[in-house]
Design a protein around this ligand. Sequence first.
Ligand SMILES: NC(=O)c1ccc[n+]([C@@H]2O[C@H](COP(=O)([O-])OP(=O)(O)OC[C@H]3O[C@@H](n4cnc5c(N)ncnc54)[C@H](O)[C@@H]3O)[C@@H](O)[C@H]2O)c1
Length: 326
Amino acid sequence: MKKSTFLVIGGAGYIGSHLVKALIEQQEQVVIIDNLSAGSASAVLGGELIVHDFDDREFLDNLFSSKHFDGVFHFASQIVVSESVKDPGKYYRANTAATLTLLEAMRDHKVGPLVFSSTAAVYGEPLYTPIDEQHPTNPLNPYGRSKLMVEHMLADFASAYNQKYIALRYFNAAGADPQARIGESHDPETHLIPLALQAISGKRPPLQLFGQDYATPDGTCIRDYIHVDDLASAHILAIHHLNNGGASGIFNLGSNHGYSVNEVIQTAARVTGKDVPLTYAPRRPGDPASLVADASLAKKTLGWQPKYTDLNQIIEHAWAWEQANS
Ligand SMILES: NC(=O)c1ccc[n+]([C@@H]2O[C@H](COP(=O)([O-])OP(=O)(O)OC[C@H]3O[C@@H](n4cnc5c(N)ncnc54)[C@H](O)[C@@H]3O)[C@@H](O)[C@H]2O)c1
């Protein structure tokens, strides 16, 4: 069977590197563009890594004139919500304007389709839960707005130029490669599971638990954790869906199950055999009490079936990576 060639933008980062791994396991050809501002060359387990900014039009013109791609995955982004509030221009430039450059280059060179990394942050404070794709979008910060603007651009480019796309709204990406070759290592790290595990291993100060007075069963926030390898498999199904004539669209990616911060802390203690060092802090502004995905549309339309639905297993993989990486 003829193999495909895919472009993975931001493929040296946490989620992108797991997609690269999955594509290589399927013997696909992969080209990765990453400027290594946040990612690492060692996370790229195969394919051809080009270290470059993706939003350089001349560079994209040269690349798209010299190589054929059967699809593009776009992960590259600024991702720290609190920073986006303090420095919104950085987020609109890096996430929105840069993606416009990419879309125009793809349009002019007839490259496609595109799978875009969107986020549950586009929903804002949930009006109901689990959240399906029909839920109104009302992002609470520039990070979420910078992603929602891209979703609007994608829809407009699809209707004006027939450029096909899928935007995947991830909930909380978690876990690591089951063989612990790659995993999560953001700097700054803002995600609960690595923060808890690194507090246990002594790499970081005690974990700050923000708010114990939410309207949830144990008073702590509830989030939906989805294994990074399951995110990767959804991307591959999404590009095949588009290449097989499927329609453009937007899909939630989550587990349909929420865990409270306390449950994550208890699971981390169980998996590691050590208590998570903790300090208690008040609620942070803009943290909804509960964010849980209804991901049934991705299951029905793309045939997606997450493999790692047990939080124990997700944290076991994250812990194995944490130990291999320290
Ligand atoms: N991690 C999550 O839980 C989560 C949740 C929802 C959405 N997302 C989205 O998923 C995507 C990937 O997230 P991640 O956690 O893997 O982030 P990451 O920071 O680990 O990966 C992003 C990669 O893009 C690269 N990059 C950034 N700007 C670039 C540029 N201008 N040119 C070339 N490369 C560039 C970085 O070096 C990095 O390797 C992001 O778009 C993020 O908004 C992540």
